[in-house]
Design a protein around this ligand. Structure first.
Ligand SMILES: [Zn+2]
Length: 136
């Protein structure tokens, strides 16, 4: 139940944030390479939120954060689409992010030596008083 544990830590983070308590919308950026079930996670988040009366006004939105890679050899930045060739490969990477290294090549220099700079794990973004968030 990895999803529940993650949802719990999101709620904890929200509870510790001053701005969020006042009812500012919270965006959970859900990494494209995250290997958890988004539906279960979203359900867990809703359920846990209901148990927190002080977060009654809090709205949580889940957004996908696109994966981004940076080649160590040549410095090129690229996304998942540019890096993989077949839909099957893309599926594999989704479920097993550790396998990314085996599948992904720098589209410029074909090196397997790269860093994952975005799209791993979860992060929270709080938008202040009704202010709209920039979309990626
Ligand atoms: Zn490269």
């Amino acid at each position: 139940m990895h999803e529940w544990a993650l949802a719990e830590s999101v709620i904890k983070t929200i509870k510790s944030g001053k701005n969020i308590k006042k009812g500012s919308p919270v965006e959970v950026l859900f990494g494209e390479l995250q290997d958890i079930d988004r539906e279960i996670f979203s359900f867990a988040l809703d359920e846990l939120l209901k148990q927190e009366p002080e977060l009654k006004k809090t709205r949580i939105k889940i957004e996908t954060e696109k994966a981004e890679f940076e080649c160590v050899s040549c410095g090129a930045k690229f996304d998942l689409k540019a890096a993989v060739n077949t839909p099957e490969e893309k599926e594999n990477i989704h479920f097993i992010p550790e396998m990314a290294k085996a599948f992904i090549k720098c589209p410029k220099c074909r090196s397997h030596d790269f860093e994952i700079t975005k799209g791993r794990g979860l992060s929270l973004r709080v938008t202040g008083n009704g202010e709209k968030c920039r979309k990626h």
